[in-house]
Design a protein around this ligand. Structure first.
Ligand SMILES: NC(=O)CC[C@H](N)C(=O)O
Length: 225
C-alpha cells in the first residue's frame, strides 16, 4: 500500500502523517497538489493545516485544486481516502462527504484533548476498535463544528456512517462534551462509500508510542488492511 499525502500551500500536518503511517509500516509519500495524483497510489490522505490560510472558508480553496477531481475519481473506484481536520474541511467542500465544518460555537481556535466514542466498528477506519470504545484524540481547529441538514444527518445515522462522537470520559454523549457545537456531537463520518472518511480530531498526533498515546493508530491501520 502506498499512500499519497497531498500537500497544499498551508498544509502543516503532512509530514506528521507520513511519519505516523511509516511507523505502522505503511508506505507514504508527500504529493504536491499541482503535480497530480500518481497512478501507483492506493490510498490518499488530505492532511491537516491551514490551506490557503483558511481564507474564504477553511478548505474551500484547496477543494478547487484539479487534484480533487482525481481524488473523487479514485474514491469512486474504492481507493481509501481520509481527510483529517483541514483535510476533512476540504473533503466536505469537495463533496467527497456530506455536510460542512464551520466556525466553532466558541468562535475561537481550540486546541485540546477530547474523548471520542467509537460509533461503529464496521468500517475500515474503526475496525481496530470495538463499538462503544472511548478513545482520546487531540483537536486543533477554529472551524470544526459539523453542520448538515436534518434529513442528511438522519440518513448518516440510520446508515451507521458516523464514526466518532465527542463524549465524556465515560462514553456519555452530552452537550458539555461537545467542544465545538457539532450537530449530534459528530466528530467524523464516512461518505457514500465507507472507504472515504473525514474527521476533525487528529489520529496522526496520537499514533507514535513516543507521544504517550497510540489511540489513533487504529484509524491509520485502515490503509494496511
Ligand atoms: N489542524 C488543522 O488542520 C487546522 C484546521 C483548520 N484550518 C481550522 O482552524 O479550522
Amino acid at each position: 500500500m502506498t499512500v499519497a499525502v497531498i500537500q497544499f500551500g498551508g498544509s502543516n500536518c503532512d509530514r506528521d502523517t507520513v511519519r505516523a503511517l511509516d511507523a505502522l509500516g505503511i508506505d507514504a509519500d508527500l504529493v504536491w497538489h499541482e503535480d497530480g495524483l500518481p497512478e501507483s497510489v492506493d490510498g490518499i490522505v488530505l492532511p491537516g493545516g491551514f490551506s490557503y490560510g483558511d481564507y474564504l472558508r477553511a478548505g474551500a480553496m484547496a477543494a478547487q485544486s484539479p487534484i480533487l477531481d482525481a481524488v473523487r475519481e479514485r474514491a469512486q473506484d474504492g481507493t481509501p481516502v481520509l481527510g483529517i481536520c483541514n483535510g476533512a474541511q476540504i473533503g466536505c467542500e469537495a463533496t467527497l462527504t456530506p455536510g460542512a465544518f464551520t466556525i466553532n460555537e466558541s468562535a475561537r481556535f481550540q486546541c485540546e484533548h477530547v474523548h471520542l466514542r467509537v460509533e461503529t466498528a464496521s468500517t475500515p477506519w474503526t475496525a481496530a476498535y470495538e463499538e462503544g470504545d472511548v478513545v482520546e484524540f487531540p483537536i486543533a481547529h477554529g472551524e470544526g463544528r459539523f453542520e448538515i441538514e436534518d434529513d442528511e444527518l438522519d440518513a448518516l445515522e440510520s446508515d451507521d456512517r458516523v464514526l466518532f462522537r465527542y463524549c465524556n470520559e465515560d462514553g456519555t454523549v452530552t452537550d458539555e462534551a461537545n467542544p465545538n457545537g457539532s450537530k449530534h456531537n459528530v466528530a467524523g463520518i464516512v461518505g457514500e462509500r465507507e472507504t472515504v472518511a473525514v474527521m476533525m480530531p487528529h489520529p496522526e498526533r496520537v499514533s507514535l508510542p513516543d507521544l504517550g498515546n497510540t489511540d489513533g493508530q487504529g484509524v491509520l491501520r485502515a490503509f494496511a488492511e
